[in-house]
Design a protein around this ligand. Sequence first.
Ligand code: HEC
Length: 158
Amino acid sequence: MVALKFPCWRPFFGCFFVCLFGLPLFAQSLPNGPGKETFESVCSLCHAPTAPMGKQWTQSQWETKVTEMLQEEPDVTPEERAAIVAYLSANFKPGGKIYINKARAKDLETAFEIPTADAEAIVRYRQQNGDFKTLDDLKKVTGLDISKIQVKKDLLEF
Ligand code: HEC
C-alpha cells in the first residue's frame, strides 16, 4: 500500500507544478492586449511565444515576419493574421519595453546598442543565475557597461 502511494502521486505532482506554476508564469510574461490569444495559439506551434519579446519592430516589419512564419500555415485566416500583427506591433514596437529576461542576445544588442559579447553575457548570466529582478542584478554581468543599460532603464521589464 505504502509502496504504491508514491508512484501514484508522482504524475499528479508533475501536472500540478506544470499547470499551476509553469503555464501561468509563462503566460504572464506576455503583455495583455487585443489579439493576444490568437497570437499565443498560432505562434506557439513551433516555438515558445516569447520569440518576439525583445524586438522593437514597426508594423510593416511585423507584417513581413508574420507572413514569413505562416507561409506553411494556410489555415490561419487573414483576420487572425491581422489580429496577430496588431498585437505584436502594439506591444513590441520601436521605443517599447525591453524584456530583459526573455529577449534574445541579438535583440538585446540592438536595443541597448551594446557589443555582441555583452549581449551574450547577459543571456548567459540569466541562464546560469535565473531571471534578473532589478537593475542592480545587471551590474553583476561581467564586462557589461551598465551605463548603456541605465540610459534605457525606464524601458526595462523584468
Ligand atoms: C511553422 C513553424 C513556425 C510557426 C507557426 C511560427 N514560427 Fe516563428 N520561427 C520558426 C522558426 C523555425 C524560427 C527560427 C528558429 C528560432 O529562431 O527559434 C522562428 C523564429 C521566430 C522569431 C525570431 C526571429 C529572429 O530573427 O530573431 C520570431 C520573432 C518569430 N519566429 C515569430 C513568430 C510569430 C509572431 C509567429 C506567429 C505568427 C510564429 N513565429 C510562428 C517557426 C515558426
